[in-house]
Design a protein around this ligand. Structure first.
Ligand SMILES: C[S@@+](CC[C@H](N)C(=O)[O-])C[C@H]1O[C@@H](n2cnc3c(N)ncnc32)[C@H](O)[C@@H]1O
Length: 314
């Protein structure tokens, strides 16, 4: 086997563009503020959380699809159970099944990942490819209910989407309808900190938790991540794609730069905090039988928002 080759150093222009990215993102978000202010009644303008939620909804309607485009090559295989040690692996090579059964999706926002839960997606991405059959049309409801689990992704029977920002609900519901999931996907209009009192989801009742780019935005993350652990059945899986803190041990310059960006970023990006040690809090949430959670090995050192990706099994 040939020895692993060291990738060539990135061009300076690429590094600079990457460093500029957070400021461009903040500027794009700021461009939605005037229209948000004009659209709100005075009572909402006087409440920062209300203004921030409305502002984020407008911004994410445009930014969400772009973020999805960038994250899709990792998140789709992740939810299919095709990510191992941070790398996408062939169907059947993964040791953990993909998303299926009863699912708790945290902070779905405008529903960027909803389609992945549908049988239609399952059909076109796995069974049709695997069998060479043509993909089923939206009308084939009978087929869908009888479709067995195929590939590494089993059928999703129920999804609870825990999303407190009502401003994103119309787009989220549109995605649910487009995926044909009206009978499967229930929007729970509270934050995860209020999930227990909502009485919608019982402890140890869900097969999977999906958190994609949302644990950066929840309150009291350490406590609430532990609380979410309690909803997983024994053997349940938590699918994670989150951006996390860059500690000084991973490069002092980028660590300090991230800290500087984070002075401004949360105010403009709906309360998103880019300095969270989410990986540690997930690992500490409770006893896991298996943890496959790493930084994507192909992620560059000059990314201001480094990620962790993987699956934790209870
Ligand atoms: C950056 S967005 C990501 C949305 C979506 N996961 C995606 O990838 O497009 C973060 C989401 O977390 C939601 N969020 C904020 N606080 C939350 C809480 N306490 N509980 C659940 N979700 C929350 C926000 O409303 C927002 O929709």
């Amino acid at each position: 086997m040939p020895p692993p080759t060291t990738p060539p150093p990135a061009p300076l222009s690429e590094i600079l563009l990457s460093l500029i990215f957070p400021w461009r993102f903040i500027l794009i978000s700021l461009s939605f503020l005037p229209a948000t202010i004009r659209s709100l009644p005075l009572s909402s303008l006087l409440s920062w959380p209300a203004l921030q939620s409305a502002w984020f909804s407008r911004f994410w309607a445009v930014a969400g699809p772009q973020v999805r485009e960038g994250a899709e090559p990792r998140v789709v295989p992740l939810l299919e159970g095709r990510v191992s040690n941070g790398r996408v692996v062939e169907r059947g090579a993964a040791h953990v099944p993909g998303v299926g059964g009863t699912v708790l999706e945290i902070g779905p926002g405008s529903g960027m990942w909803v389609s992945i839960f549908s049988d239609r997606y399952l059909d076109s991405s796995t069974s049709a490819v695997a069998t060479g059959a043509s993909s089923t049309s939206g009308a084939s409801t009978t087929n869908k209910t009888t479709t067995p689990a195929v590939g590494s992704r089993s059928r999703v029977t129920r999804v609870y989407g825990v999303e407190p920002n009502k401003g994103v609900h119309p787009l989220l519901r549109a995605q649910i309808a487009a995926a044909g999931l009206e009978d499967v996907y229930e929007v729970v209009p509270v934050g995860i900190e209020d999930l227990a009192s909502s009485g919608r989801v019982a402890p140890e009742s869900v097969d999977c938790i999906v958190s994609v780019l949302c644990l950066c935005s929840i309150p009291e993350p350490r406590r609430n991540i532990k609380e979410l652990y309690g909803y997983l059945k024994p053997g349940g899986r938590w699918f994670v794609y989150e951006h996390v803190v860059r500690p000084p041990s991973q490069g002092l310059f980028m660590s300090l730069y991230q800290r500087f960006v984070n002075i401004f970023w949360p105010h403009a990006i709906g309360g998103c905090n880019i300095q969270r040690d989410t990986e540690t809090w997930l690992r500490e949430a409770g006893p896991w039988s298996d943890i496959d959670l790493v930084h994507p090995p192909d992620e560059v050192w000059f990314h201001t928002l480094p990620h962790v990706i993987g699956i934790l099994t209870k």
